[in-house]
Design a binder for this molecule. Sequence first.
Ligand SMILES: Cc1cc2nc3c(=O)[nH]c(=O)nc-3n(C[C@H](O)[C@H](O)[C@H](O)COP(=O)(O)OP(=O)(O)OC[C@H]3O[C@@H](n4cnc5c(N)ncnc54)[C@H](O)[C@@H]3O)c2cc1C
Length: 703
Amino acid sequence: MNGFIQWSTLVLALVHKCYAGAYIPSTIANNKGSAEYWTCDTGVDLFTFDYIPLGLGPYSEYYDAICGYPPAIGTILICSVELAYDKSEEYHELIFKTATSSCDQYSSYHYEWTYYKEQYENATKYYQPLDEIANISLPLYAPTSPNLTSLELEYKGYRGYYFDLDSGTWFSVGICGYFLLLIVISAIHNFFRQTSIARSINNSKFSKLCQKYIIFPTLFPNGKFAQECGWTYFSGLFPNRIQFITDVFLFGLQIAFYCVSYEYKGTWWFGSPEHAWQRFVADRTGIMAFGKIPLLVLFAGRNNFLLFITGWSYSTFLHFHKVVACWMALDTLIHSVAYTINSLGYYVLYLQDTYFACGVAATVLCGVILLQAMHPFRKFFYEYFLVIHVVLAICFLIMCWYHCRELGWLEWLIAACCVWFFDRLIRIIRMSAFGWRTATLTVVDDQLMKVEVPKPAWWYHSPGTYSYVYFAGWIFWENHPFTTVLEGDNLCAYIRVKRGVTYRMWNRLIANNNKLQCKVCFEGPYSNGGSPKLNKYEEALLIAGGSGAPGILENAAKATKGKMIWVAQSLQTVKAYQPLLEKVNIEIEIYLTKQDGSNRACTVQDLFIGSESENLSTESSGKESDSDKNVELKGDLNNVSISFGRPNLDELINASVNNSSAKSIGIMACGPPVMMDDIRNIITKNVTIWDKSVDFFDEFQIW
Ligand SMILES: Cc1cc2nc3c(=O)[nH]c(=O)nc-3n(C[C@H](O)[C@H](O)[C@H](O)COP(=O)(O)OP(=O)(O)OC[C@H]3O[C@@H](n4cnc5c(N)ncnc54)[C@H](O)[C@@H]3O)c2cc1C
């Protein structure tokens, strides 16, 4: 709640600041007229004016003359208009507006832009050419124009500088546009998947080739996607092929944007050409970094409407969150290094300026955020990672704000804050709507517990939805995602014990004789699609393993034709899901990996009769041969077959698809990471061989 209040305050402050007309300078194309004005500002420097400054502005000593004394105003405006390549009335207007804003900021005068237009028109009547002035070291009493040829190099420098500022913004828009394009393509693909269009298309050779080489595979053939790669303390998650391809395009765009002409051409801009070049690189990359902040925040949000539009999983968005974050960090690094070189000799002096010190702080924070978000830290200390990550991100945004509050580009920050605020607001609304409800926790298997809580009337449930579960207690804000299933009027989560909150709750449960009443809050429902995914296919092939079973069982209950393959440790584990299992009408093949017995077939109901479990006990351990193990035992009424040992998923999936009479099959899987990678690799290998329209829905998520 505190977080919400802080965010509300920050966002309201930002909005207030904008609407109060506070100075939020430039983003795009806002600098037209500036190159001419500031070049002529240097040109006017050569002249003296018989004028006493009012002294009300921060730089009145210099600016009061060129903002309030007609001969000086006329000189700078005539020079600017003559210098400009664009001779249109509209462009003149932009020059007058630049004069207005700079005078407003630095001088004692706060005129409307039309004042400067009139001053210009007046000046043209009294204009005195430079070569007619006898002694230019004496004060001027009529407007003139400095020698424009001598200002040419500086003018090019200024044009380059402003081009560069605008290019940074355009390139930021370009990156957003790139993601927009991905979103549009994915939205179309998702629409096809939600309707029966994909079913027809997926049987074409082209579609199958795309599935085999782009959409389904892990990055490397037979590689890892759900499983982590590397070693215990030096690990990471690999993207899949399609994610990698989009990353490569992003890489290309970034490099192109870094390299596109800086319009620098050896020109002068506040120093030597090298100095100018460092500054141009620094400015462009700094603005590009800013332009990524809203994307970063959007992709990390739970209530991202794009989840529905694209059908991407939350973990895919988090992948893009990480990739964009890395590019933003690189932009920031280049920006900071270029500025540091540019500031050599003055660095310590500049550090006394708030904007500069905050820029340095933002860069350091960015580096720290990147380091603390490394995979091993997330893996071992997820809760600490999350809290530290959010706190550092808030500090980073604040530093960025103070870095740029007088320079501009704050729109990006405001957009990011609004997106973040919106996400938190929806989270709070979801939590408030659910409230703290009394849940019953029970032990259902070894290291598996069930949380049951009455379903609110408004809760929209569909198979595969998940919620973030909060347990009341000391660390009540800690929340973890769990698949949520519907059993009667109750929402349930089947939770496998890990090391954190699940372990603490398990210990409380055991200490309380395996049953516990406790207040919980379900923040949800979340999903990445909404409607059932498999009903557009003639047949469903559902594969479950480990704690991935609940979502798959609910999907199986909706299927009318097809098969479910379930790899579980023991019959006890299977029985833990009795209420869900009883709703399944399709064929179920169960493989028990940590129990021995004779293969057999039965009805779902038989599974829960005491004597049945005895028949399946360890007595016959090791007696049957491997070939016996996987014999199909299903009778007419028996839709469950039980086999013992680890199944060969390659054979099973192939047989299921090949032996099916259906023309289209939707495969859905959720299980442990190793199993998920196996399934992905098997489908990738075979999809072009299968003569059916096949689609694969990976329900496993890791981040
Ligand atoms: C969409 C989704 C649905 C899930 N459904 C189920 C389910 O139905 N049943 C089930 O048993 N498990 C499910 N999980 C996994 C479950 O979220 C983690 O096991 C749980 O967060 C572990 O909590 P812990 O505090 O004991 O974790 P720890 O022992 O502290 O961590 C174990 C691992 O879980 C990861 N993890 C921890 N917290 C989070 C978090 N808040 N978000 C993401 N990852 C985290 C960490 O990377 C770590 O590697 C699901 C995960 C996702 C993403």
